[in-house]
Write a protein that binds this ligand. Sequence first.
Ligand SMILES: *Cc1c(COP(=O)(O)O)cnc(C)c1O
Length: 366
Amino acid sequence: MHSLHQDLGVPPAVNASGKMTALGGSVLGEGVIAAMGEAARHHVVMDDLMRAVGREIARATGTEDGCPTTGAASGIAIAVASVVAGTDLSRIEALPDPGDAPCEVILPRGHSVHFGAPVRQMIALGGGRPVEVGSANKVTAAHLSGAIGPRTAALLYVQSHHAVQKGMVTLAETVETGRRHGIPVIVDAAAEEDLRHWPATGADLVVYSGGKAVGGPTSGIICGSAERMAACRAQYNGVARPMKVGKETLFGLVQALREYGTTPAGDHRARMERLAGRLAGLPGLTTRVVSDEAGRAIHRTELTVDPGEAGRDAGRLAAELAARGVHLRDHHAATGRLYIDPRPLRPDEEERLVAQLTALLQGEGR
Ligand SMILES: *Cc1c(COP(=O)(O)O)cnc(C)c1O
Protein backbone atom coordinates (compact mmCIF):
# COMPACT_ATOMS: atom_id res chain seq x y z
CA MET A 1 0.00 0.00 0.00
CA HIS A 2 2.74 2.46 1.03
CA SER A 3 5.14 1.53 -1.76
CA LEU A 4 6.02 5.10 -2.74
CA HIS A 5 6.45 6.03 0.94
CA GLN A 6 8.87 3.15 1.19
CA ASP A 7 10.69 3.95 -2.07
CA LEU A 8 11.21 7.49 -0.88
CA GLY A 9 12.33 6.35 2.56
CA VAL A 10 9.70 8.59 4.17
CA PRO A 11 7.25 6.32 6.02
CA PRO A 12 3.81 7.55 7.19
CA ALA A 13 4.05 9.34 10.55
CA VAL A 14 1.75 8.96 13.57
CA ASN A 15 0.45 12.48 14.21
CA ALA A 16 -0.63 13.22 17.80
CA SER A 17 0.24 16.90 17.54
CA GLY A 18 -2.79 18.41 15.78
CA LYS A 19 -3.23 19.87 12.32
CA MET A 20 0.44 20.46 11.60
CA THR A 21 1.76 21.74 8.29
CA ALA A 22 5.08 20.08 9.18
CA LEU A 23 3.27 16.71 9.15
CA GLY A 24 1.38 17.36 5.93
CA GLY A 25 -1.78 19.09 7.17
CA SER A 26 -4.82 16.80 7.02
CA VAL A 27 -5.27 13.18 6.04
CA LEU A 28 -8.01 13.32 3.41
CA GLY A 29 -11.29 11.43 3.40
CA GLU A 30 -12.10 9.07 0.54
CA GLY A 31 -14.67 11.52 -0.90
CA VAL A 32 -12.08 14.27 -1.08
CA ILE A 33 -9.51 11.95 -2.64
CA ALA A 34 -12.07 10.87 -5.25
CA ALA A 35 -12.94 14.50 -6.05
CA MET A 36 -9.26 15.30 -6.63
CA GLY A 37 -8.97 12.28 -8.90
CA GLU A 38 -12.02 13.41 -10.90
CA ALA A 39 -10.47 16.87 -11.36
CA ALA A 40 -7.18 15.36 -12.52
CA ARG A 41 -8.86 13.56 -15.44
CA HIS A 42 -10.28 16.61 -17.28
CA HIS A 43 -9.43 20.06 -18.52
CA VAL A 44 -11.65 22.84 -17.25
CA VAL A 45 -12.00 26.63 -17.72
CA MET A 46 -10.13 27.76 -14.62
CA ASP A 47 -11.75 31.21 -14.32
CA ASP A 48 -15.17 29.56 -14.28
CA LEU A 49 -13.98 26.99 -11.75
CA MET A 50 -12.51 29.70 -9.49
CA ARG A 51 -15.86 31.54 -9.46
CA ALA A 52 -17.84 28.33 -8.88
CA VAL A 53 -15.60 27.45 -5.93
CA GLY A 54 -16.12 31.01 -4.66
CA ARG A 55 -19.87 30.28 -4.55
CA GLU A 56 -19.22 27.08 -2.56
CA ILE A 57 -17.06 29.05 -0.12
CA ALA A 58 -19.84 31.63 0.19
CA ARG A 59 -22.32 28.88 1.09
CA ALA A 60 -19.99 27.35 3.69
CA THR A 61 -19.12 30.67 5.32
CA GLY A 62 -22.41 32.56 5.06
CA THR A 63 -20.81 35.31 2.97
CA GLU A 64 -21.53 36.75 -0.48
CA ASP A 65 -18.51 35.27 -2.25
CA GLY A 66 -15.19 33.53 -1.75
CA CYS A 67 -11.73 33.25 -3.23
CA PRO A 68 -9.76 30.00 -3.01
CA THR A 69 -6.04 30.13 -2.22
CA THR A 70 -3.12 27.75 -1.67
CA GLY A 71 -3.33 28.32 2.10
CA ALA A 72 -4.13 30.82 4.80
CA ALA A 73 -0.67 32.36 4.40
CA SER A 74 -1.27 33.21 0.74
CA GLY A 75 -4.79 34.22 1.76
CA ILE A 76 -3.33 36.96 3.96
CA ALA A 77 -0.99 38.12 1.18
CA ILE A 78 -3.82 38.16 -1.39
CA ALA A 79 -6.28 39.86 0.98
CA VAL A 80 -3.69 42.58 1.64
CA ALA A 81 -2.94 42.91 -2.09
CA SER A 82 -6.67 43.30 -2.77
CA VAL A 83 -7.07 46.20 -0.37
CA VAL A 84 -3.91 47.90 -1.70
CA ALA A 85 -4.43 47.44 -5.46
CA GLY A 86 -8.16 46.67 -5.79
CA THR A 87 -8.97 45.75 -9.41
CA ASP A 88 -6.63 48.36 -10.93
CA LEU A 89 -4.51 46.28 -13.32
CA SER A 90 -1.53 48.66 -13.29
CA ARG A 91 -1.42 48.58 -9.51
CA ILE A 92 -1.95 44.80 -9.48
CA GLU A 93 1.00 44.31 -11.84
CA ALA A 94 3.24 46.65 -9.80
CA LEU A 95 2.77 44.81 -6.48
CA PRO A 96 4.42 44.20 -4.09
CA ASP A 97 5.37 47.82 -4.82
CA PRO A 98 2.24 49.69 -3.72
CA GLY A 99 3.21 52.93 -5.49
CA ASP A 100 1.32 55.81 -3.92
CA ALA A 101 -1.62 53.66 -2.79
CA PRO A 102 -2.37 53.46 0.94
CA CYS A 103 -0.57 50.33 2.08
CA GLU A 104 -0.19 50.37 5.86
CA VAL A 105 -1.71 47.33 7.57
CA ILE A 106 -2.17 47.94 11.28
CA LEU A 107 -2.02 44.97 13.64
CA PRO A 108 -1.85 44.55 17.42
CA ARG A 109 1.71 43.77 18.50
CA GLY A 110 0.47 40.62 20.28
CA HIS A 111 -0.89 39.40 16.93
CA SER A 112 2.42 39.65 15.10
CA VAL A 113 2.85 35.89 15.18
CA HIS A 114 5.08 33.34 13.48
CA PHE A 115 2.97 30.40 12.25
CA GLY A 116 5.82 28.79 10.30
CA ALA A 117 6.67 32.18 8.77
CA PRO A 118 6.00 35.67 10.14
CA VAL A 119 2.55 37.14 9.44
CA ARG A 120 4.39 40.46 8.82
CA GLN A 121 6.08 38.90 5.80
CA MET A 122 2.74 37.84 4.29
CA ILE A 123 1.57 41.46 4.60
CA ALA A 124 4.73 42.67 2.84
CA LEU A 125 4.32 40.05 0.11
CA GLY A 126 0.92 41.54 -0.70
CA GLY A 127 2.38 45.03 -0.97
CA GLY A 128 1.40 46.08 2.55
CA ARG A 129 3.56 47.70 5.16
CA PRO A 130 2.98 46.14 8.59
CA VAL A 131 2.45 48.67 11.38
CA GLU A 132 2.46 47.02 14.81
CA VAL A 133 0.75 48.97 17.56
CA GLY A 134 0.76 48.77 21.36
CA SER A 135 2.88 46.31 23.31
CA ALA A 136 3.21 42.53 23.12
CA ASN A 137 0.82 42.12 26.06
CA LYS A 138 -1.29 45.30 25.89
CA VAL A 139 -3.13 46.70 22.88
CA THR A 140 -6.32 48.79 22.99
CA ALA A 141 -8.69 50.19 20.37
CA ALA A 142 -7.04 53.59 21.01
CA HIS A 143 -3.73 52.14 19.74
CA LEU A 144 -5.48 51.12 16.52
CA SER A 145 -7.27 54.41 15.92
CA GLY A 146 -4.17 56.40 16.85
CA ALA A 147 -2.24 54.71 14.04
CA ILE A 148 -4.94 55.20 11.37
CA GLY A 149 -4.09 57.85 8.79
CA PRO A 150 -4.15 58.56 5.06
CA ARG A 151 -1.68 55.69 4.40
CA THR A 152 -3.82 53.06 6.16
CA ALA A 153 -5.07 50.22 3.94
CA ALA A 154 -6.46 47.76 6.49
CA LEU A 155 -6.57 46.50 10.07
CA LEU A 156 -5.43 42.91 10.58
CA TYR A 157 -6.73 40.75 13.42
CA VAL A 158 -5.11 37.33 14.04
CA GLN A 159 -7.45 34.83 15.72
CA SER A 160 -5.06 32.09 16.80
CA HIS A 161 -3.57 30.11 19.65
CA HIS A 162 -0.24 31.56 18.44
CA ALA A 163 -1.40 35.10 19.38
CA VAL A 164 -1.21 36.63 22.84
CA GLN A 165 -4.55 35.74 24.44
CA LYS A 166 -4.67 38.44 27.14
CA GLY A 167 -4.62 42.22 27.04
CA MET A 168 -5.51 42.41 23.33
CA VAL A 169 -8.12 44.59 21.67
CA THR A 170 -11.17 42.45 20.80
CA LEU A 171 -12.34 41.70 17.27
CA ALA A 172 -15.60 43.57 17.98
CA GLU A 173 -13.59 46.68 18.92
CA THR A 174 -11.40 46.23 15.85
CA VAL A 175 -14.43 45.99 13.54
CA GLU A 176 -16.01 49.02 15.22
CA THR A 177 -12.77 51.00 14.79
CA GLY A 178 -12.51 49.99 11.13
CA ARG A 179 -16.14 51.03 10.52
CA ARG A 180 -15.65 54.40 12.16
CA HIS A 181 -12.65 55.20 9.95
CA GLY A 182 -13.85 53.47 6.77
CA ILE A 183 -10.94 51.00 6.89
CA PRO A 184 -11.46 47.29 6.01
CA VAL A 185 -10.71 44.61 8.60
CA ILE A 186 -8.90 41.41 7.60
CA VAL A 187 -9.16 38.44 9.97
CA ASP A 188 -6.66 35.59 9.90
CA ALA A 189 -8.77 32.75 11.33
CA ALA A 190 -6.55 30.07 9.78
CA ALA A 191 -7.22 27.21 12.17
CA GLU A 192 -10.69 28.17 13.40
CA GLU A 193 -13.49 25.63 13.24
CA ASP A 194 -16.63 27.75 12.91
CA LEU A 195 -16.48 29.10 9.37
CA ARG A 196 -19.61 31.24 9.79
CA HIS A 197 -18.73 32.90 13.06
CA TRP A 198 -15.83 35.11 11.97
CA PRO A 199 -17.46 36.72 8.89
CA ALA A 200 -20.57 37.32 11.02
CA THR A 201 -18.53 39.63 13.30
CA GLY A 202 -18.61 42.23 10.52
CA ALA A 203 -15.01 41.68 9.38
CA ASP A 204 -14.56 42.51 5.69
CA LEU A 205 -12.19 39.72 4.62
CA VAL A 206 -11.81 36.46 6.58
CA VAL A 207 -9.04 33.98 5.83
CA TYR A 208 -9.10 30.25 6.70
CA SER A 209 -6.82 27.36 6.00
CA GLY A 210 -8.46 24.55 4.00
CA GLY A 211 -6.02 22.00 5.35
CA LYS A 212 -6.61 22.54 9.06
CA ALA A 213 -10.10 22.42 10.63
CA VAL A 214 -11.82 21.90 7.27
CA GLY A 215 -9.76 18.75 6.67
CA GLY A 216 -9.20 19.46 3.00
CA PRO A 217 -6.08 19.35 0.87
CA THR A 218 -3.36 21.98 1.37
CA SER A 219 -5.43 25.04 0.44
CA GLY A 220 -7.07 28.14 1.82
CA ILE A 221 -10.10 30.38 1.68
CA ILE A 222 -10.82 34.10 1.67
CA CYS A 223 -14.46 35.14 2.08
CA GLY A 224 -16.38 38.42 2.11
CA SER A 225 -18.44 40.67 -0.15
CA ALA A 226 -18.66 40.04 -3.90
CA GLU A 227 -16.73 43.23 -4.61
CA ARG A 228 -13.90 42.34 -2.23
CA MET A 229 -13.66 38.79 -3.59
CA ALA A 230 -13.48 40.08 -7.18
CA ALA A 231 -10.50 42.18 -6.05
CA CYS A 232 -8.92 39.12 -4.41
CA ARG A 233 -9.33 36.98 -7.54
CA ALA A 234 -7.86 39.81 -9.65
CA GLN A 235 -4.56 39.41 -7.78
CA TYR A 236 -4.02 36.09 -9.61
CA ASN A 237 -2.99 38.31 -12.55
CA GLY A 238 -0.19 39.66 -10.41
CA VAL A 239 1.43 38.87 -7.11
CA ALA A 240 -0.74 35.77 -6.53
CA ARG A 241 0.37 34.06 -9.74
CA PRO A 242 3.10 32.05 -7.95
CA MET A 243 0.37 31.02 -5.47
CA LYS A 244 -2.07 29.64 -8.04
CA VAL A 245 -4.39 26.84 -6.98
CA GLY A 246 -4.55 23.68 -9.08
CA LYS A 247 -7.83 22.17 -10.29
CA GLU A 248 -7.29 19.04 -8.19
CA THR A 249 -6.93 21.15 -5.04
CA LEU A 250 -10.02 23.19 -5.94
CA PHE A 251 -12.15 20.04 -6.31
CA GLY A 252 -10.74 18.60 -3.08
CA LEU A 253 -11.45 21.83 -1.22
CA VAL A 254 -15.06 21.93 -2.46
CA GLN A 255 -15.67 18.32 -1.43
CA ALA A 256 -14.08 18.93 1.99
CA LEU A 257 -16.29 22.02 2.49
CA ARG A 258 -19.38 20.03 1.52
CA GLU A 259 -18.50 17.28 3.99
CA TYR A 260 -17.37 19.67 6.73
CA GLY A 261 -19.82 19.73 9.59
CA THR A 262 -21.86 16.78 8.30
CA THR A 263 -19.98 14.43 10.61
CA PRO A 264 -19.95 15.69 14.20
CA ALA A 265 -16.34 16.47 15.07
CA GLY A 266 -16.77 15.76 18.76
CA ASP A 267 -14.33 17.08 21.33
CA HIS A 268 -12.86 13.60 22.03
CA ARG A 269 -12.93 14.36 25.74
CA ALA A 270 -13.95 10.87 26.87
CA ARG A 271 -11.37 9.29 24.59
CA MET A 272 -8.61 11.52 25.97
CA GLU A 273 -9.74 10.76 29.56
CA ARG A 274 -9.30 7.04 28.84
CA LEU A 275 -5.89 7.61 27.28
CA ALA A 276 -4.78 9.80 30.22
CA GLY A 277 -5.81 6.97 32.55
CA ARG A 278 -3.81 4.40 30.59
CA LEU A 279 -0.64 6.52 30.50
CA ALA A 280 -0.86 7.65 34.14
CA GLY A 281 0.88 4.51 35.38
CA LEU A 282 4.06 5.04 33.33
CA PRO A 283 7.18 6.06 35.27
CA GLY A 284 7.81 9.81 35.25
CA LEU A 285 4.43 10.83 33.74
CA THR A 286 1.59 12.78 35.31
CA THR A 287 -1.46 12.99 33.04
CA ARG A 288 -4.67 15.00 32.80
CA VAL A 289 -7.06 16.25 30.13
CA VAL A 290 -7.00 19.96 29.28
CA SER A 291 -9.07 22.13 26.96
CA ASP A 292 -7.66 24.21 24.11
CA GLU A 293 -5.86 27.41 25.13
CA ALA A 294 -7.53 29.40 22.33
CA GLY A 295 -11.04 28.25 23.33
CA ARG A 296 -11.72 25.80 20.50
CA ALA A 297 -13.75 22.65 21.30
CA ILE A 298 -10.67 20.44 21.59
CA HIS A 299 -9.56 18.37 24.56
CA ARG A 300 -6.02 17.05 24.73
CA THR A 301 -4.15 14.70 27.05
CA GLU A 302 -1.39 16.58 28.87
CA LEU A 303 1.72 14.66 29.90
CA THR A 304 3.89 16.30 32.55
CA VAL A 305 7.33 14.71 32.48
CA ASP A 306 9.40 14.31 35.65
CA PRO A 307 12.93 14.05 34.19
CA GLY A 308 14.31 12.29 37.29
CA GLU A 309 11.74 9.49 37.08
CA ALA A 310 11.42 9.37 33.29
CA GLY A 311 15.15 9.36 32.63
CA ARG A 312 14.93 12.27 30.17
CA ASP A 313 13.21 15.64 29.96
CA ALA A 314 10.05 16.37 27.94
CA GLY A 315 11.94 17.69 24.93
CA ARG A 316 14.13 14.61 24.70
CA LEU A 317 11.19 12.27 25.20
CA ALA A 318 9.34 13.99 22.33
CA ALA A 319 12.44 13.73 20.12
CA GLU A 320 12.91 10.03 20.92
CA LEU A 321 9.24 9.36 20.11
CA ALA A 322 9.53 11.33 16.86
CA ALA A 323 12.51 9.20 15.88
CA ARG A 324 10.13 6.24 16.25
CA GLY A 325 7.57 7.93 13.99
CA VAL A 326 5.25 9.24 16.71
CA HIS A 327 4.84 13.02 16.90
CA LEU A 328 3.41 14.66 20.05
CA ARG A 329 2.45 18.32 20.43
CA ASP A 330 5.64 19.76 21.88
CA HIS A 331 5.26 23.60 21.81
CA HIS A 332 5.45 23.61 25.62
CA ALA A 333 8.21 21.01 26.05
CA ALA A 334 10.43 23.64 27.71
CA THR A 335 7.94 23.74 30.60
CA GLY A 336 8.03 19.94 30.94
CA ARG A 337 4.68 19.34 29.26
CA LEU A 338 3.71 17.41 26.13
CA TYR A 339 0.25 17.06 24.62
CA ILE A 340 -1.63 14.43 22.66
CA ASP A 341 -4.11 15.90 20.17
CA PRO A 342 -6.88 13.43 19.34
CA ARG A 343 -8.06 14.98 16.06
CA PRO A 344 -5.60 13.47 13.58
CA LEU A 345 -4.93 10.30 15.60
CA ARG A 346 -6.53 7.06 14.41
CA PRO A 347 -7.30 4.40 17.07
CA ASP A 348 -4.60 2.06 15.71
CA GLU A 349 -2.13 4.96 15.79
CA GLU A 350 -3.13 5.69 19.37
CA GLU A 351 -2.16 2.09 20.20
CA ARG A 352 1.21 2.59 18.50
CA LEU A 353 1.74 5.75 20.53
CA VAL A 354 0.96 3.93 23.79
CA ALA A 355 3.28 1.05 22.85
CA GLN A 356 6.22 3.31 21.93
CA LEU A 357 5.80 5.53 24.98
CA THR A 358 5.59 2.45 27.21
CA ALA A 359 8.72 0.93 25.63
CA LEU A 360 10.68 4.14 26.13
CA LEU A 361 9.62 4.76 29.73
CA GLN A 362 9.71 1.19 30.97
CA GLY A 363 13.37 0.53 30.53
CA GLU A 364 14.97 1.60 27.27
CA GLY A 365 17.37 4.54 27.47
CA ARG A 366 16.68 5.21 31.14
C1 LIG B 1 -1.45 27.84 9.98
C2 LIG B 1 -1.61 29.30 10.06
C3 LIG B 1 -1.41 30.11 8.94
C4 LIG B 1 -0.96 29.53 7.62
O1 LIG B 1 -1.90 28.68 7.10
P1 LIG B 1 -1.54 27.79 5.81
O2 LIG B 1 -2.86 27.28 5.36
O3 LIG B 1 -0.61 26.74 6.27
O4 LIG B 1 -0.92 28.70 4.80
C5 LIG B 1 -1.62 31.46 9.05
N1 LIG B 1 -2.00 32.02 10.22
C6 LIG B 1 -2.20 31.28 11.33
C7 LIG B 1 -2.64 31.95 12.58
C8 LIG B 1 -2.02 29.90 11.29
O5 LIG B 1 -2.22 29.15 12.38
